[in-house]
Design a protein around this ligand. Structure first.
Ligand code: PHE
Length: 344
């Protein structure tokens, strides 16, 4: 082809391109048209391949036209895409929105029953001036047992009850080691509650291998057993919102002396109805253990047993939850069944 024929061909391609994209209205179509003209096998490229056969001065003249046509094609593409963008934005702005339509309801969760009970329990004690303390769930043998007066031969250390993690490490079997950690870290007076998860090798309708406890410890000068009883009865009445009584039955825990088991009046039937499934007709329900801190514990943490006195208690918030809401099986608290949990 002669140089002029090539130039004419390029000029006609420029016009053809303008005609081709004029009616297009999608980015995809426009890009495809661009490729048909400027792509490796596109019409403009085909013309340029023939330039090699031209004399050098002709090649320059044709090359200039080719570059102009390329630039014009690219300019057209950019302009056309800009138009499309503008049109989309305008359509978006003119869309009518009915602001009076009701919103879309989003599902809302809430705290787990046990979290609610734990919060309520802790709040009753913080009202009384107790601080909240915490400790690890994997505990040393010394904190969990030894420092609490539970020697190596004590039945509570039986493999039946305790999950051992290592020769000297256990999953804590109660929250009482938090008493030890708190007293080691702070000087008396002490006034704390320690809510938390504990573990025992137990598994039936009223026992779960993992359950929660709420520990209490108060250390000061001349603390009396009646102080302990006063705090416990206040707690039970505040938690259940009823004038319930408590009963302290002599019992043994290695870290208190004297020690007691704490019963509360049945929140369900209140006096022991023969058919009551909660107290089984006795009128009383056990909610935990308590007692006066044994001097041997003070010795382990370096407190002077002659100068300091204290009381401690450990309660089961799981039990509290079951009692307050009439839940018959402790497993329901840990199964994560939403049909159950949604009710609270
Ligand atoms: N730690 C005891 C238990 O888990 C409960 C307890 C705590 C008893 C504090 C007395 C004082 O059985």
């Amino acid at each position: 082809m002669s140089p002029q024929a090539l130039i004419d061909r390029l000029d006609s391609l420029e016009k053809a391109f303008a005609d081709e994209i004029a009616p297009l209205s999608s980015e995809q179509d426009i890009r495809a048209a661009q490729a048909r003209f400027l792509g490796k096998k596109g019409a403009v490229s085909e013309v340029m391949k023939q330039m090699g056969k031209l004399a050098p001065e002709d090649r320059k003249a044709v090359g200039q036209v080719a570059n102009r046509v390329k630039a014009s094609v690219e300019g057209e593409v950019a302009r056309k895409l800009g138009e499309l963008d503008e049109a989309a934005r305008a359509a978006d702005l003119s869309r009518e929105v009915d602001v009076t339509l009701p919103g879309r309801a989003r599902p809302r969760g809430h705290d787990h029953l046990l979290s609610q009970v734990r919060r309520d329990c802790v709040a009753i004690f913080t009202e009384l001036g107790f601080d909240v303390a915490e400790g690890p769930q994997v505990e040393t043998d010394w904190h969990n047992f030894e420092a609490l007066g539970t020697g190596k031969d004590h039945p509570a250390r039986d493999m039946q009850d305790t999950f051992y993690v290592g020769p000297d490490l256990v999953l804590r079997t109660h929250t009482s080691p938090v008493q030890i950690r708190t007293m080691l870290a702070e000087a008396p007076p002490i006034k704390i509650v320690a809510p938390g998860v504990v573990y025992r090798r137990d598994d039936d309708a009223t026992h779960s291998p993992m359950f929660t406890q709420l520990e209490g410890l108060l250390v000061d000068r001349e603390v009396r057993f009646s102080d302990l009883k006063g705090v416990l009865v206040h707690f039970v009445r505040r938690f259940f919102g009823q004038e319930l009584d408590i009963r302290l039955r002599p019992s043994y825990f290695p870290f208190v002396e004297p020690g007691a088991e704490v019963d509360m009046q049945c929140a369900f039937c209140r006096r022991g109805d023969s058919g009551c499934r909660v107290c089984k007709g006795t009128g009383w329900v056990e909610i935990g253990g308590a007692g006066m801190v044994d001097p041997v514990v003070f010795e382990h943490v370096g407190y002077d047993p002659e100068a300091w006195t204290g009381f401690a208690f450990g309660m089961g918030p799981d039990r509290m939850a079951m009692l307050r809401h009439g839940v018959g099986d402790i497993k329901l608290l840990y199964d994560a069944d939403l049909r159950f949990l949604r009710q609270f």
